[in-house]
Design a protein around this ligand. Structure first.
Ligand code: NAD
Length: 297
């Protein structure tokens, strides 16, 4: 069993750290919020007095922070996290951040001969609790193989996307496509409803036709078309609009840097921004359906 430092114990990091404890690892944790720390310590983790103390003399350090600026502030600088570890510690950042910051941190780590990987996740809070997350990793193959000792206790699918930063890029490509698919599926279903169709029947038809996609298969955005979806639970649970908006912002930045043409991604970002401004930021992202529905009210 490994010695692990875990920093950032929020909605995702908390249950991920608990799964490592449950798998038998020695887990030392730190968060700026004492409430977040207490809930993980109650499951058997050890409380550290600082992030650097949590990271010191560990085989793995996992960070799960809100955004790139938090990651840069934590890792870099004279007294940053990289000053508390050596070449025996594999640093794994699972936050969803811009690839440029991931590469900047990786460069600083390399200068000190410290192994670093970006490993953002998909699967949401439900996946974090159940230990079924997908990890999308960027880093060298050796580090990737080594990381499975801990990642397999928190996730079901562990992917190697390429070099450092590739995990972040793969994740935002996927989420940009997901947002486009969810908005497109919503607009098609609402047009069917406006023309007198039953959304259940239309969904069945499209599921067996060329419009078939993940949203229709597992995550229909129309209330009461499928059981156990956020749409059938007042858009509660699932993946929040504001987190999708954050990922679409990262996708836009990445597209600008690589001079990629992403008109549908840009449109999806604007639709999600409008929807969030309408007071829907904490609803599930399938609630984008309501934007099309409201047109008729
Ligand atoms: P969260 O806001 O619930 O948790 C972040 C935690 O980091 C907080 O507890 C905060 O106190 C802590 N923190 C911030 N700066 C810190 C520092 N310097 N030292 C120690 N602790 C610090 O966020 P979350 O929902 O757990 O998401 C974490 C990351 O995972 C984000 O990058 C998010 O985009 C990504 N993500 C979230 C979901 C989701 O459904 N929530 C899904 C996939 C990916």
């Amino acid at each position: 069993m490994a010695k692990v430092g875990f920093i950032g114990l929020g909605n995702m990091g908390g249950p991920m750290a608990i799964n490592l404890v449950n798998a038998g690892h020695h887990v030392e944790v730190f968060d700026l919020s004492t409430t977040a720390m207490d809930s993980v310590v109650a499951h058997g983790a050890v409380a550290a007095s600082s992030a650097n103390a949590a990271a010191n003399e560990k085989q793995f350090v996992i960070t799960m922070l809100p955004a790139g600026k938090h990651v840069a502030a934590l890792y870099l600088g004279e007294n940053g996290l990289l000053s508390a570890v050596d070449s025996h510690t594999l640093m794994i950042d699972s936050s969803t951040i811009d690839a440029a910051t991931a590469r900047l941190v990786a460069q600083a780590a390399e200068q000190k001969n410290i192994p670093f990987m970006d490993a953002p996740v998909s699967g949401g809070v439900g996946g974090a609790v159940a230990g079924t997350l997908s990890f999308i990793c960027g880093g060298n193959v050796e580090h990737f193989e080594h990381s499975k000792i801990v990642l397999e206790n928190m996730g079901k699918n562990i992917f190697h996307a390429g070099d450092v930063g590739a995990g972040q890029v793969a994740k935002i490509c996927n989420n940009m496509l997901l947002a486009v698919l969810m908005a497109g599926t919503s607009e098609a279903l609402q047009m069917g409803i406006d023309n007198g169709l039953d959304p259940k029947v239309l969904s069945e038809i499209m599921l067996k036709s060329s419009g078939r996609n993940w949203c229709l298969e597992l995550y229909n955005p129309v209330p009461n078309v499928m059981e156990n979806t956020p749409a059938s639970n007042d858009y509660q649970g699932g993946f929040m609009v504001d987190l999708m908006l954050k990922d679409l912002g990262l996708a836009g930045e990445a597209a600008q840097l690589s001079q990629s043409t992403t008109p549908f991604g840009a449109m999806a970002r604007n639709l999600y921004a409008m929807h969030s401004k309408g007071g829907n930021g904490s609803k599930d992202f399938s609630s984008i359906f309501q934007l099309f529905e409201q047109d008729k009210k």
